[in-house]
Design a protein around this ligand. Structure first.
Ligand SMILES: *[C@@H]1O[C@H](CO)[C@@H](O)[C@H](O)[C@H]1NC(C)=O
Ligand SMILES: *[C@@H]1O[C@H](CO)[C@@H](O)[C@H](O)[C@H]1NC(C)=O
Ligand SMILES: *[C@@H]1O[C@H](CO)[C@@H](O)[C@H](O)[C@H]1NC(C)=O
Ligand SMILES: *[C@@H]1O[C@H](CO)[C@@H](O)[C@H](O)[C@H]1NC(C)=O
Ligand SMILES: *[C@@H]1O[C@H](CO)[C@@H](O)[C@H](O)[C@H]1NC(C)=O
Ligand SMILES: *[C@@H]1O[C@H](CO)[C@@H](O)[C@H](O)[C@H]1NC(C)=O
Ligand SMILES: *[C@@H]1O[C@H](CO)[C@@H](O)[C@H](O)[C@H]1NC(C)=O
Ligand SMILES: *[C@@H]1O[C@H](CO)[C@@H](O)[C@H](O)[C@H]1NC(C)=O
Ligand SMILES: *[C@@H]1O[C@H](CO)[C@@H](O)[C@H](O)[C@H]1NC(C)=O
Ligand SMILES: *[C@@H]1O[C@H](CO)[C@@H](O)[C@H](O)[C@H]1NC(C)=O
Ligand SMILES: *[C@@H]1O[C@H](CO)[C@@H](O)[C@H](O)[C@H]1NC(C)=O
Ligand SMILES: *[C@@H]1O[C@H](CO)[C@@H](O)[C@H](O)[C@H]1NC(C)=O
Length: 787
């Protein structure tokens, strides 16, 4: 038995390695012309050499469909279906690999359907079900057709979405593999986007998730056999982007990875552990069922609880249908603009934590809640408003893709027609029975209800709420942008919030920092008072602040607002409870765990990457150091003070910032050169990375030997001498391979020559291990010691 198993596995390995190359002539699994499969009797399928995959007839509904499945207990997983939108066929159907080399499906009625169109490429002489799950047709030993080129709702390890077949369409349900409601497209604009299919043409307003990589040249989505899902470009020139990393350290030969757009619209990455016969969901693109558009109809909204969601009509609306319900008001007043004579009575109901999709027909700025409510009441076109301080976004009916969630901070006002003077009605709305119309229990099935192992793979994946796709189009919806709108404070408000600036947290190169509490919502804030600037610069400063305010990333401290009054300039940030990275690393209570440090290093890299390449206007930080990298209560690292260098010293002249003791984070070229590039941040990151690895500061005098004084020299010597363990001496649970990778990246970042330092995109990918790190040359001594 053991012998047999290892034989099978060996075969599996060999075949996987030679996948698309050549069929072994007369091998056991070569299918020759003239072979036939039968829906109702044996042989029903052709297995792959390992037996993990089969091609042939499987049961669908009351009949059969032809396709490929991954064999499992108790259920097989269908990964591909031929002509998926055709109705199931009867038990007397056959699948013939004809003497002419065509794959022909013959049904009871005598109808014939070609499964693989090889008409453009001469005679096919053999076929094979490969161990990767790819069914392949050969002509003279080269591949002329493969099922991997025609993905349905799944890609397997080794498969791509690209070119003419750059999309996946979900199945109707777990048992019906016809094309369903959702679509995932690897677009030519560089975005991977999930849509609900509502029409013949894809519309950005139907999108509910995107990688937000607009402008990158990504055009290929690839899942590799190790479970790493990446986007890349055809040319390989532009690098790649990790979407999800499902790789595990276990024995890879026993794991098959699969990424599927599931019937519920969620894109999930699964691993099938063959020896244990288990399936795990290791990543998914959205966390919440309501993040998927299209579960609820027009004028209704989605609200979720775990994997279940419910659809509710907006107050004052009702629904007759029960399947994907749309809701309507009990009566409509058509063409209200043209019927000014009609005096309509409205009531406005308020729903907190609401949002919906689409573009408002009008946006009014600087209104308070009551004014916004009133504005909608007075305009007959207005069906509902989304209010988020201080903007009032007015929408016409019907309202689409509504969603209610406690994380959403916008307030909705819905206009309810109570009556009109020409048709006086009594109150129509029964408050206690206003909304619940139906429950849609979302059954994810046995597979997905296994616990989600999400943490592994949230790398580089932005958490997308409903608005994420809006980057796709130029006419960005106001709703998104104004969630990030800065609040403008008066000096008095901030004076009050900080109790007259009495709780000073610290004093950095950019001014003193105070803690405060916003009177309105009790939120803790940090107020930074910038040094006085010329009054003439007020407008420029305001513009710079708005640029800073537009940046919004998990690894950046969020700017909430600002105050510019005369020469006074103040910035208001969110308050983070866990202090700075400097406190975290260089404390007396021993080293933080390696895992934590590694995660923080990656966080910082991602924050810088965002500043350099991903936000609308690129920002060079110029003053990165562990003291302005802050940690929130879950120890997520967030960079602060970004944008201030430009704000205060627009010409990027020679650095004068270095407050005492922090010069060594700044790149050598800053001592001499007038211009500054992103590479100065890469340098600073390199120093910080080495500090994170070793938990000590760049220069340390209380060390055993002289070559340990300067961290970069010491690290380099240890690296060359193969003694990296010295850097993390005494620590437990350290992944030495990771340490080595990080050290190599750090050494690349602190190269004297700015052009030798890799860009942050490469740094991030190297840290994550998606690309190899070449051996770094010696970084020469920093100038500061030579001076
Ligand atoms: C799964 O596939 C195997 C191999 O084709 C087949 O014998 C078995 O009946 C299938 N199981 C189910 C539940 O369809
Ligand atoms: C097969 O493909 C060719 C072009 O490659 C096309 O002209 C032909 O219509 C296709 N046949 C079928 C049955 O789809
Ligand atoms: C098959 O391919 C080989 C080399 O690729 C070539 O020499 C041979 O002529 C081909 N045979 C046919 C029948 O096309
Ligand atoms: C949406 O689905 C319909 C019917 O299934 C189909 O005809 C249409 O082409 C699809 N739209 C897109 C953009 O794929
Ligand atoms: C960055 O990575 C890309 C591909 O991953 C590579 O082509 C490029 O040379 C790298 N750039 C540097 C400066 O290392
Ligand atoms: C993986 O499993 C196969 C079969 O059990 C075995 O031959 C191989 O050595 C294993 N590889 C590793 C890295 O453990
Ligand atoms: C939303 O409001 C809650 C409570 O008022 C607050 O804790 C949270 O930070 C706010 N979120 C955003 C993104 O403003
Ligand atoms: C409309 O609002 C007013 C006061 O806000 C309330 O007294 C009245 O009952 C409401 N009518 C309906 C139909 O809800
Ligand atoms: C809707 O209007 C009809 C009359 O047009 C009335 O009988 C019915 O009770 C109304 N329903 C609700 C929920 O107000
Ligand atoms: C509102 O509905 C509840 C039941 O949902 C009912 O008990 C109550 O009498 C209704 N009120 C009115 C004014 O119709
Ligand atoms: C409450 O709503 C349900 C569903 O629309 C309806 O069947 C029921 O009659 C309503 N109850 C009242 C009291 O209006
Ligand atoms: C920045 O440069 C511009 C011209 O390039 C100059 O007018 C301005 O005074 C400079 N500002 C500072 C602060 O040096």
């Amino acid at each position: 038995m053991a012998h047999l198993l290892s034989h099978i596995l060996l075969h599996f390995v060999v075949v996987s390695l030679h996948v698309n190359v050549i069929a072994q002539e007369n091998g056991p699994n070569i299918i020759l012309p003239g072979s036939t499969l039968y829906a109702g009797k044996h042989p029903r399928s052709w297995p792959s050499p390992s037996g993990f995959f089969e091609f042939g007839f499987y049961r669908q509904g009351s009949g059969y469909a032809a396709g490929i499945w991954l064999v499992g207990r108790p259920e097989n997983t269908t990964v591909w279906t031929a002509n998926r939108n055709d109705p199931p066929v009867s038990a007397s159907s056959t699948l013939e690999f004809t003497a002419q080399g065509t794959l022909l499906l013959r049904t009871e009625s005598g109808a014939q359907k070609i499964i693989a169109n090889t008409s453009s490429s001469g005679s096919v002489d053999s076929a094979c079900m490969l161990d990767m799950g790819n069914f392949v047709l050969y002509q003279n030993r080269s591949v002329v057709w493969e099922s991997f080129d025609f993905p349905t709702d799944t890609i397997l390890g080794g498969q791509n979405l690209r070119g003419d077949h750059n999309r996946m369409i979900s199945s109707v349900s777990r048992s019906n593999h016809a094309g369903g409601q959702f679509l995932l497209s690897m677009q030519t604009d560089g975005n991977l986007v999930a849509y609900v299919n509502n029409s013949a043409e894809l519309d950005t307003s139907d999108a509910y998730w995107s990688t937000r990589t607009n402008g990158y040249r990504f055009s290929v989505l690839n899942l590799n056999t190790r479970g790493v899902l990446t986007m890349s470009s055809e040319s390989d020139l532009y690098g790649e982007r990790l979407v999800a990393d499902g790789s595990t350290t276990g024995n890879q030969t026993m794991i098959i990875y699969r990424a599927s757009l599931d019937p519920d619209g969620i894109f999930r990455l699964y691993s099938h552990q063959l020896e244990k016969n288990t399936i795990s969901n290791i990543w998914q693109n959205v966390d919440d069922a309501c993040d998927v558009n299209g579960h609820c109809g027009l004028n209704s909204y989605c609200s979720s609880k775990g994997d279940d969601f419910r659809c509710y009509c907006y107050p004052g609306f009702t629904s007759e249908s029960t399947k994907i319900p749309s809701c309507s008001q009990n009566f409509t007043v058509d063409g209200c603009e043209s019927r000014k004579d009609l005096l309509i009575q409205y009531n406005i109901t308020t729903l907190e934590n609401m949002e919906w999709a689409g573009d408002p027909y009008s946006v009014k700025h600087n209104l308070d809640k009551e004014e916004c409510k009133k504005a909608c009441e007075e305009e007959c076109s207005c069906g509902g408003v989304l209010y988020s301080i201080p903007n009032c976004n007015m929408f016409r009916l019907p309202l689409k893709y509504g969603k209610r969630h406690e994380n959403i901070n916008t307030t909705a006002f819905i206009k309810v027609i109570v009556g009109s003077s020409s048709e006086i009605r009594p109150t129509l709305i029964n408050e206690s029975n206003r909304s619940l119309i139906l429950t849609v229990g979302l059954s994810l099935g046995s597979v997905a209800s296994l616990s989600f192992v999400m943490a592994l793979c949230s790398f580089l994946l932005y958490r997308h709420r409903v608005k994420s796709y809006e980057k796709l189009s130029e006419n960005t919806s106001q709703v998104l942008t104004e969630q990030f709108t800065l609040r403008s404070f008066t000096f008095n408000e901030l004076d009050e919030a900080t109790h007259g600036f009495d709780d000073e947290l610290g004093r950095g190169s950019f001014g003193a920092v105070y803690k405060g509490i916003l009177p309105g919502d009790g939120k803790s804030i940090v107020v930074k008072r910038l040094p006085k600037v010329n009054e003439g610069e007020t407008e420029r400063i305001r513009t710079e602040m708005i640029v800073i305010g537009r940046t919004n990333h998990r690894n950046l401290v969020r700017l909430l607002g600002f105050c510019v009054e005369g020469s006074r300039k103040l910035l208001v940030y969110e308050y983070l409870s866990n202090g700075s990275l400097a406190d975290f690393l260089f404390n007396m209570n021993g080293r933080p765990a390696w895992k934590e440090r590694a995660r923080i290093a990656l966080d910082v890299a991602k924050g810088i990457l965002y500043l350099h390449e991903e936000c609308e206007a690129c920002i060079i930080h110029c003053n990165l150091k562990p003291h302005n990298i802050l940690l929130d209560d879950s120890l997520t690292a967030k960079i602060s003070d970004f944008g201030l260098a430009k704000l205060l010293r627009p010409n990027h002249t020679r650095s004068t910032t270095g407050t005492k003791g922090t010069e060594w984070y700044s790149a050598p070229e800053r001592q001499s050169s007038a211009s500054v590039s992103e590479k100065v941040d890469v340098y600073s990151f390199g120093v910080i990375l080495l500090e994170i690895i070793c938990c000590r500061s760049n220069i340390e005098v209380q060390v055993c030997s002289a070559d340990e004084i300067l961290l970069s020299t010491w690290v380099y010597n240890c690296f060359v001498g193969g003694e990296l363990n010295k850097l993390v001496e005494g620590e437990e649970e350290v992944d030495m391979r990771m340490v080595e990778r990080f050290v190599k990246v750090g050494l690349w970042c602190i190269q004297d020559d700015p052009t030798s330092r890799p860009p942050m995109k490469n740094v991030t990918m190297m840290l994550e291990g998606t690309v190899n790190v070449p051996i770094p040359p010696s970084p020469s001594l920093p100038m500061l010691l030579l001076n």
